[in-house]
Design a binder for this molecule. Structure first.
Ligand code: MG
Length: 172
């Protein structure tokens, strides 16, 4: 009996946070393509959008593709300061090329500051727009690290993402 093909993928990313200039070298704080006012920001080669990177890797992982670091090396000059949305767009292209579509994704952001609640809906809508899915297919949770370790001290942001894909009906 034929079964509907399913694929699960997990993505993870962490970026170190530093004070923004002039005290440090932190970039503007961007999560899911949304700028969030904060006195710290990521140290990174691209724009340091840990949420976009984790979701990209979850989609790539689900289809057994090379990961974001292999596709978009952080040593490549063309990716310096890069907007991370094209990384996610490429992952979506690869998912569709393999004949799969997104069922849903569940994302957990772990950071002590800033508070993400006020930005949650905008981040979800932005991800849904880039992926080409509905906001209901994207779930976003935010947690603190209870002031423990680097994340809890506000020196890093961490993101976990899980996606479920299902095989699309192929047209003859
Ligand atoms: Mg990253």
């Amino acid at each position: 009996m034929p079964t509907q093909p399913l694929r699960i993928g997990h993505g993870y990313d962490l970026h170190r946070l530093e004070p923004t200039p002039p005290e440090g070298q932190g970039r503007p704080f961007i999560l899911g393509g949304v700028h969030i006012a904060h006195d710290h920001g990521p140290i990174s080669h691209s724009d340091g959008d840990a949420l976009m990177h984790a979701v990209t890797d979850a989609l790539l992982g689900a289809i057994g593709s090379p990961d974001i670091g292999q596709l978009f090396p952080d040593t490549a000059p063309e990716h310096k300061d890069a907007d991370s949305a094209p990384f996610l767009e490429e992952a979506v292209r690869r998912v569709e090329a393999e004949g799969f579509g997104l069922e849903n994704m569940d994302i957990t952001v772990v950071c002590e500051r800033p508070k993400l609640g006020p930005h949650r809906d905008l981040i979800v809508r932005n991800l849904a727009r880039i992926i080409g899915c509905t906001a209901e297919q994207v779930n976003l949770k935010a947690k603190t690290h209870e002031q423990v370790d680097a994340i809890g001290e506000g020196r890093a942001v961490e993101v976990h993402a899980v996606v479920l894909l299902s095989g699309l009906e192929r047209r003859l």
